[in-house]
Design a protein around this ligand. Structure first.
Ligand code: PLP
Length: 397
């Protein structure tokens, strides 16, 4: 080490020390080294609609968004976000005061937590949780309070008594995610109603990460928490174009919330990125206005991909939690005689030429997540079929 300081003090501060490297880096490197099919990281191997890419090119060529766009986001996109919330969910938001464009949902999460959390505040998050939640709560100086989703009857469930018991006088906010990454659970109206009642009763803010709002299958329905009684003005709803339109590299996200909450989040956001992705904002404004056929077509395609991978994992002997939403499948490796997902995922590339992510890294209670492994199915069908074939023939069973 060639640290320039004389003390033995570590370079990385205490708040972030636990977040050194992500499992994704390790697993993607393994995928590369072994030539494996990478079902670890969740990004599509096919770009989104051509017309939307062309819209971005046009904006670039026409010089729209090439210089700093407005801090809250371009009016066209804020209007499109508000129209989308109205059309799909009957939620009305003022594009000028109740919509804020961010650099993906990632910045929306960071800015929201940095704006709303005081050091020492408790933030309740569903476990397993998306990895940036833990890091952002830590950066805000908050304390993470996980409430574990429990697998039962083929689905991960929220235990409402546990959630209720997790609320203390120091609880500042609930951080939800539905459809839920990595379990694929879509919270039901019943579960959301109970959450809403609890939030009203205890006067809590709620932040909901709904980036998979359009990736919902079978008879599951995505219900924004903000549509439930008493929730509109205490909820920050976060979404993003990345997952919905298969342009995860563009990083165009947004929040919808009351003017007071938008103003608070903007206070943090303006000193993080200030603005982002000017030309892409124009393209996503057009994307949000695509006809319903785009959204249903995308969903149906993903559902059939889910079914290919789920069948392959089942044939390979794993227990599959068939997701109602997202593009991830969580599977239990215990039927293979395995109990440690981290060891399993480290060995899988050599053994089967497939990379997956051990779900335990998304838990504080690592032991609760030990036997679970996450596979992404936002890949071309032949890729999924090949992965399924490899898992089966590698004698996973
Ligand atoms: C992918 C993802 C995000 C990040 O979205 P970006 O728009 O790419 O920043 C946030 N939350 C969840 C649950 C995700 O899976």
């Amino acid at each position: 080490m060639t640290a320039m300081t004389s003390s033995a003090r570590p370079l990385l501060n205490r708040r972030l020390a636990a977040f050194g490297t992500t499992i994704f880096a390790e697993m993607s490197a393994l995928a590369l080294r072994t030539g494996s099919i990478n079902l670890g990281q969740g990004f599509p191997d096919t770009d989104g609609p051509e017309a939307i890419r062309e819209a971005a090119v046009r904006a670039l060529r026409d010089g729209r968004g090439n210089q700093y766009p407005p801090g809250p986001g371009i009016p066209e996109l804020r209007t499109a976000v508000a129209a989308h919330q109205q059309r799909r969910y009957g939620l009305s938001y003022d594009p000028d005061t109740e919509v804020l464009v961010t650099a993906g949902a990632t910045e929306a999460i960071a800015a929201t937590l940095l704006a709303l959390v005081e050091p020492g505040d408790e933030v309740i998050a569903l476990e397993p949780y998306y990895d940036s939640y833990a890091a952002c709560i830590a950066m805000a100086g908050g304390t993470r309070v996980p409430v574990t989703l429990r697998p039962r009857d083929g689905r991960f469930h929220l235990d409402l008594d546990e959630l209720r018991a997790a609320v203390t006088p120091r609880t500042r906010l609930l951080l939800l995610n539905t459809p839920h990454n990595p379990t694929g659970t879509v919270l039901s109206r019943e579960e959301l109603t109970s959450i809403a009642e609890l939030a009203v009763e205890r006067d809590l803010l709620v932040v909901t990460d709904e980036v998979y709002e359009h990736l919902v299958f079978d008879d599951a329905e995505h219900i924004p928490l903000a549509t439930l009684p008493g929730m509109r003005d205490r909820t920050v709803t976060i979404s993003s174009s990345g997952k919905t339109f298969s342009y995860t590299g563009w990083k165009v996200g947004w929040i919808t919330a009351s003017p007071a909450l938008v103003t608070a989040v903007r206070s943090a956001k303006q000193y993080l990125t200030y603005v982002s992705a000017g030309p892409f904002q124009y393209a996503i404004a057009e994307a949000l206005a695509l006809p319903d056929s785009y959204f249903t077509g995308f969903r149906d395609d993903l559902r059939s991909k889910r079914d290919v991978l789920a069948a392959g994992l089942e044939e390979a002997g794993l227990t599959v939690y068939r997701p109602s939403g997202t593009y991830f499948i969580t599977a239990d490796i215990r039927p293979l005689g395995e109990t440690d997902g981290i060891a399993f995922c480290r060995a899988l590339p050599e053994r089967a030429g497939v990379v997956a992510i051990p779900t335990s890294v998304f838990y504080d209670h690592h032991e609760m997540g030990a036997p679970f492994v996450r596979f992404a199915f936002c890949k071309k069908k032949p890729v999924l079929e090949e992965a399924a074939h490899r898992l089966k023939t590698a004698g996973a069973r």
